[in-house]
Design a protein around this ligand. Structure first.
Ligand code: SAH
Length: 393
């Protein structure tokens, strides 16, 4: 049992699922990593049932606030089935990929599962998720009838839990290649070596938005990864798309993705392996101009502690992008940093516009797609934010 210090039960009363080590007065009984533990307030009342993480600052993650609910295989199966069922309306022949389980916001802290057609990629990052691994895999197979579950439990955060990484097949056989469809476009996913689970599913709606405004535009796609924004822009009738990424493997996949979609005009796409910050300066010196620029950088600020350095990087990318926008041009700018909230992100983009002497206005806002829910009790889940900005002059 975990007993909280006096007055440290407020966030749990608001149904926030994390219990930090500093809030705990005593740990009673011998608890193993990932084991289930009841959490009591200072005056001895039950408040939550949670998974114990002996090595993390987040010492426990809540499974349930209901004292009558047992945490067992059936509990895990119910939560997995509930999450998978919520995605059923989002899958159809034009969209065969989606996030099935989004961690805390689906009541399964530390569990991420992404579906790519018949393949489910699973990422476990907390001790509690690890403890119930076999039940989670079995429940996913049961709920999805997927032919394959591949595990990519190799996120850095596992180290904070004292857990080594684990990658490999958890069920079935991995097809080669793994492909799925987003908005009618076919993508190959490198589930073994790719970033995250292999694809940035969270940007689905935002790629559709870019597709809808790309007609006749000269597009610059910064931090392109496997080219999804580029392909969306081409599908939307872009006149040209230059994509930049520092990863050779990502660009190779991007080229394959384009050739897997013969309906898209491959001759309008250019792929450049370069550091975005260096390349932007060169392009600006040449006087290049664009009608639509997508800026989708990596997670520069995983936590608040990195926010300042990250802010400078975001500002720099947006500053040069705004300088290269033609009058009337559009900037679709994103941040997936948990450490930078929407208000700070807007300030960063505003600062970039000021320094670029750009008269610019926000005409739209972006967030992660609906298969990446954000529990109202868990604001930390709201990591992806974006702005659509129009430059007047
Ligand atoms: N827009 C992509 C996802 C981008 S992820 C999509 O929709 O799929 C961020 C990408 O930025 C990664 O592919 C990474 O290789 C790349 N990257 C990180 N730092 C970079 C830098 N300094 N210059 C160029 N690319 C960089």
């Amino acid at each position: 049992m975990l007993r909280l210090k006096p007055g440290r039960d407020k966030s749990l009363r608001q149904r926030h699922p994390w219990i930090f080590s500093g809030a705990i007065a005593t740990v009673e009984g011998s608890l193993e990593r990932g084991g289930t533990v009841d959490v009591h307030t200072a005056d001895g009342a039950f408040i939550a049932r949670a998974a114990f993480s002996p090595e993390s600052q987040i010492r426990a993650r809540v499974w349930t606030f209901d004292a009558r609910e047992a945490v067992d295989g059936a509990f895990i199966a119910r939560r997995v089935a509930r999450a998978v069922a919520a995605r059923a309306p989002m899958l159809d022949p034009r969209h065969t990929g989606c996030r099935l389980i989004h961690g805390e916001s689906d009541g399964l802290p530390g569990v991420i599962a992404d579906r790519y057609a018949d393949v489910v990629v699973l990422q476990l990052s907390s001790a509690g998720a690890e403890r119930w691994r076999d039940a989670i895999v079995a429940a996913l197979v049961e709920a999805t009838a997927a032919a394959c579950v591949y595990e990519r439990s190799d996120a850095d955060v596992r180290k904070l839990e004292g857990m080594a990484s684990r990658v490999g097949l958890a069920h079935g056989k991995l097809p080669e290649p793994v492909t799925f469809v987003e908005d009618g476009i076919v993508y190959r996913v490198d589930v073994i070596g790719g970033q995250k689970t292999g694809f940035y599913l969270d940007q689905r709606d935002n790629r559709a938005a870019v597709r809808a405004i790309a007609a006749s535009c000269d597009v610059l796609n910064l931090f392109s990864y496997s080219g999804a924004f580029a392909l969306a822009a081409l599908a939307g009738g872009a006149a040209s798309v230059i994509s930049i990424d520092s990863s050779n493997a990502a660009l190779a996949l991007a080229r394959e993705n384009l050739s897997s979609n013969p309906a898209l005009p491959a001759d309008r796409a250019e792929w450049r392996e370069a550091d975005v910050f260096a390349e932007l300066r060169k392009m600006r010196d040449r006087g290049d101009g664009f009608d639509l620029i997508v800026v989708d950088p990596p997670k520069f600020a995983p936590t608040l502690a990195h926010a300042e350095r990250a802010s400078r990087a975001y500002k720099d990318a947006n500053l040069w992008a705004l300088k290269m926008l033609r009058p009337g041009g559009l900037l679709a700018s994103f941040s997936c940093s948990g450490g930078i909230d929407a208000a700070l992100f807007r300030k960063i983009v505003a600062g970039a516009a000021l320094d670029a002497s750009a008269d610019a206005a926000v005409i739209g806002q972006f967030a992660a797609a609906a298969d990446h829910p954000v529990s109202l009790a868990f604001p930390e889940g709201d990591y992806l934010k974006g702005l659509l900005v129009r430059k007047a002059r």
